[in-house]
Design a binder for this molecule. Structure first.
Ligand code: SF4
Length: 322
């Protein structure tokens, strides 16, 4: 299987003045050395608590943000430093779906017209063909032809997300970055949208980077999962391996909360440290029940435990097990 996306050591730092006279500059390390890949037709889940850097990772990959360091290879092409004009042809192949579909639609434009305009921008000038293609896209996402004549506010949240998916499909993308696409929806509607995304992946051979804080959603949709904490990937595995045998203490706590344990106690002890001033060594050490001396001194690398599983934790490095 060939890789559709490869991200190597991606860093996204934001600098800002600490005080109002601008004397001290601080650096917020929102994404701090993330590497990941997605194979053709694969769904990679990216999971972590709010503020861990997963959304910034997604936005950096599509170059809505200019990464501080690292590189992004899409379909074999290094897109890290491409300019706006060069990125236009990339955006035909990568699309984004956000959490709030209402904010992504023009409230004064009928949704059918909005999609026809996308088709026009990408070279389809024949109006009849635009209409036919829009009907086809709507049918693909479970909407009828009458939906074309409606404004965004006339849809339910789930239907609006279907419109957004149809618009993303209008350019026949190869990769879709889905950033919390179902978080704002009722649970029953969430399942419908997730099943639709899986169905479209199977039918069209799409790949997804699926970003979510919700482990149950991630487990359901993903082929592989990367777990993120404070700007770094701390564990990466096939979905089966991660959920049956989590290795990183952070993943263990996240999973135990989903499985109904820890009901009487806080999910994790302590506060999430600031990405401006993260702990030395392992950034999880201030909350980790297994922290050792070395955890404050050395940052653990993301290393293979076996073919399907990588973890960044000193508990699994040879010298700490001897
Ligand atoms: Fe805990 Fe140390 Fe592993 Fe970090 S490296 S997760 S502090 S045991």
């Amino acid at each position: 299987m060939s890789k559709i996306l490869e991200v190597n050591d991606l860093k996204m730092y934001f600098s800002y003045k600490k005080n109002f006279i601008g004397q001290t500059t601080q650096t917020l390390k929102a994404v701090d050395g993330v590497s990941l890949y997605i194979d053709e037709g694969e769904i990679l889940g990216l999971v972590g608590e709010s503020g861990c850097g997963k959304t910034t990772t997604g936005r950096s990959i599509v170059r809505l943000l200019n990464p501080t360091d690292g590189n992004i290879i899409f379909l074999g092409d290094d897109i890290t430093h491409k300019n706006k004009k060069e990125l236009q042809s990339i955006y035909k192949n990568i699309q984004l779906i956000f959490q709030d579909p209402y904010a992504s639609l023009n409230p004064r434009k009928k949704v059918g017209k909005a999609i026809m305009e996308v088709l026009k921008v990408h070279g389809e000038n024949d109006k009849n063909k635009q209409i036919e293609k829009t009907k086809e896209l709507f049918s693909m996402v479970g909407l009828n032809d009458q939906a074309m004549e409606k404004y965004p506010h006339e849809f339910s949240g789930g239907q609006r997300q279907r419109v957004i998916i149809a618009r993303a499909l209008a350019v026949s993308p190869k990769l879709i970055i889905c950033d919390e696409p179902v978080s704002a929806l009722d649970v029953s509607i969430q399942a419908q949208i997730i099943n639709l995304l899986i169905e479209l992946r199977d039918k069209l051979g799409l790949s997804y980077l699926f970003i979510s804080h919700d482990l149950r959603v991630i487990q359901y949709i993903s082929d592989r999962v990367s777990v993120m904490y404070l700007g770094k990937i701390v564990e990466e595995a096939t979905t089966e391996a991660l959920f049956s045998n989590p290795l990183h203490p952070y993943t263990m706590v996240l999973l135990s909360s989903v499985n109904g344990q820890h009901k009487e106690q806080p999910l994790l002890p302590g506060e999430v440290p600031s990405p401006v001033n993260p702990p030395s060594g392992c950034s999880f050490r201030t909350r980790c029940p297994f922290a050792m001396d070395i955890c404050a001194q050395e940052t653990p690398e993301l290393l293979n435990q076996n073919k399907n599983h990588k973890v960044a934790c000193h508990l699994y490095t040879k010298e700490n097990n001897e």
